[in-house]
Design a binder for this molecule. Structure first.
Ligand code: ADP
Ligand code: ZN
Length: 210
C-alpha cells in the first residue's frame, strides 16, 4: 500500500505513521527527518535546507523532490510506503505522478490551528535518534530522556511559537490545496484528530480499510 499522510505541522502525522508502519510493515518516509539528519551531518543538502527550515518555510521543491526520488528507489519501498510530510505542494504531488507512482490513499488528519499551536509547544524530539515525544500526550518514561536510545529530548527550533505560526500559514497556503488535488482523484480520506492518540489511530485504521 502506498500512502500519504496529510495534515498541518503538528497534526500527529509522524505518530500515526509509526502505528501504520507497525500494522502494515511498510516503511515511513519523513522528509522532515531526512532533512534534519542531513542538517546534522552537515551535508550539502542539509546546508541548502537549513535557513528555510529554521524560519518555518518550506524547503524548495527541487530539493525535497530529489530526496524522495532517491529514497523511493530503495529496496524496502517495494511493497509500499507511508509518506509523512511529502508532498507539501502541488508541484511535489505532480512529481509523484511524473515518477509513475500510483498512490492508493491519502489520509488527511484534521486538527484546528488553536490546538496545533497548543500542542507544538509541548513537542520534544530526541537529539540523537529523532524519535518524537510530547510533554502531555506522549510522555517519555523518564522526563527529558528518549525511551529508545537514552538521548536528550529537546525542542526543535522550528517548534518555537513564532515559527509555528509561519508554518501554519504556509500549510494553509501551499499544502491545503492538496486536499482538492487528491479528492478529485477519489483518494482523500479525512480523519478528525482526537484528543487521545489511540482514538485517532482507530479512525486512521478504519480509513485504511475503507
Ligand atoms: P512536522 O513534523 O511539523 O510535520 P516536518 O518535520 O515534516 O514537520 O518538517 C519540518 C520542516 O522541514 C518543514 O517546516 C520544512 O521546512 C521542511 N520540509 C519537510 N518536508 C518538506 C516538503 N515536502 N517540502 C518542503 N519542505 C519540507
Ligand atoms: Zn533517541
Amino acid at each position: 500500500m502506498k500512502l500519504i499522510l496529510l495534515g498541518a505541522p503538528g497534526a500527529g502525522k509522524g505518530t500515526q505513521a509509526e502505528k501504520i508502519c507497525e500494522k502494515l510493515h511498510i516503511p515511513t518516509i519523513s522528509t522532515g527527518n531526512i532533512i534534519r539528519a542531513a542538517l546534522k551531518n552537515g551535508t550539502e543538502m542539509g546546508l541548502k535546507a537549513k535557513a528555510y527550515m529554521e524560519a518555518g518555510q518550506l524547503v524548495p521543491d527541487e530539493v525535497v523532490i530529489g530526496i524522495i526520488k532517491d529514497r523511493l528507489k530503495d529496496d524496502d519501498c517495494k511493497n509500499g510506503f507511508i509518506l509523512d510530510g511529502f508532498p507539501r505542494t502541488i508541484p511535489q504531488a505532480q512529481a509523484l505522478v511524473d515518477m509513475g507512482i500510483d498512490i492508493d490513499k491519502v489520509i488527511d488528519i484534521e486538527v484546528p490551528d488553536e490546538k496545533i499551536i497548543a500542542r507544538m509547544s509541548g513537542r520534544r524530539v530526541c537529539s540523537k535518534c529523532a524519535n518524537s515525544y510530547h510533554m502531555e500526550y506522549k510522555k517519555p518514561k523518564v522526563d527529558g530522556v528518549c525511551d529508545a536510545c537514552g538521548g536528550e529530548l529537546v525542542q526543535r527550533k522550528d517548534d518555537a511559537p513564532e515559527t509555528v505560526l509561519a508554518r501554519l500559514e504556509e500549510y494553509h497556503e501551499m499544502t491545503e490545496p492538496l486536499k482538492g488535488f487528491y479528492d478529485k482523484l477519489g483518494k482523500l480520506k479525512v480523519v478528525e484528530g482526537q484528543e487521545d492518540v489511540s482514538d485517532t489511530t482507530s479512525l486512521v485504521f478504519a480509513a485504511l480499510e475503507d
